[in-house]
Design a protein around this ligand. Structure first.
Ligand code: SAH
Length: 232
């Protein structure tokens, strides 16, 4: 049966979806509140994971083990890694990787977790395509991009750090959870997609822009998730 796990790191990334959900049951695990019910007529579990890679990976594993979700969607905000991707635009993942993993000393490419057999975790092509088309329908005035999401336990707000990440990984946006959700979903053989609206440019302006734009950006991403659910 189709049952979609929806993860947002922060409350503002999931609050609208929670408000629209027809909630049947609420359960707490690992200090996270999992809401089960239907959203836009589709079976779903919505949860706020908390910020960063450990919280996000734990949350994904619980969605797989305790809720047997068939698909995972991560909705939220991110810093842009491309000049043309502006605040408010949306990035839908093609794949995701950890920009803060470095085991080059044993011959692994920067970003690759040893013995995983892959550098980046591929998103589900069907979910990616659905998210892009849903975005065009629900947010026609916003540009949507398909590309790599890179994650690390670090808020990127320095041009030099940003430029290094771009040169090393060719990412479209940077955030703090997507790759660990992708990583956990990959190990559990659950299809996933990451949908991120741009809240800042991940450079020296990010400290100012992020608080100004996070709420509106998060709402764009959430609206798109709600719209695409019945099409999965
Ligand atoms: N305002 C929060 C902290 C936010 S951390 C507080 O004080 O509690 C930033 C969050 O937004 C993370 O969940 C991350 O995934 C995302 N994000 C947005 N822009 C980012 C950037 N430039 N670098 C890293 N993560 C970013």
């Amino acid at each position: 049966m189709k049952k979609i796990g929806i993860i947002g790191a922060m409350e503002l990334e999931v609050e609208e979806l929670k408000g629209k959900m027809d909630i049947r049951h609420t359960q707490e695990k690992a200090s996270m509140e999992f809401l089960e019910g239907t959203l836009n007529g589709t079976e779903a579990v919505i949860v706020r994971s908390g910020i960063g890679k450990v919280n996000a990976a734990l949350c994904t594993q619980i969605l797989c083990d305790s809720f047997a979700v068939s698909h995972i969607i991560n909705t939220g905000v991110a810093g842009s890694l491309k000049n043309e991707i502006d605040i408010g635009d949306i990035v839908v993942s093609t794949d995701a990787l950890h920009h803060d993993v470095d085991v080059r000393v044993f011959g692994y490419p920067l970003g690759e977790v040893p013995q995983m057999g892959c550098l980046a975790f591929p998103a589900d092509k069907h979910l990616t395509a659905l998210a892009v088309s849903a975005c065009k329908e629900v947010n026609p005035d916003i540009n949507v991009y398909e590309g790599r999401v890179v994650s690390g336990d670090q808020f990127v707000s320095d041009k030099q750090v940003k430029d290094n990440i771009i040169a090393n990984f060719q990412g479209f946006c940077v955030e703090m959870e997507g790759a660990s959700i992708a990583h956990a979903a990959y190990l559990n053989h659950v299809p996933f997609v990451i949908i991120r609206a741009i809240s800042d440019k991940a450079d020296d302006s990010a400290e100012m822009d992020y608080p100004t734009f996070e709420k509106a950006a998060a709402a764009h991403s959430a609206a798109l998730v709600e719209h695409m659910l019945p099409m999965i």
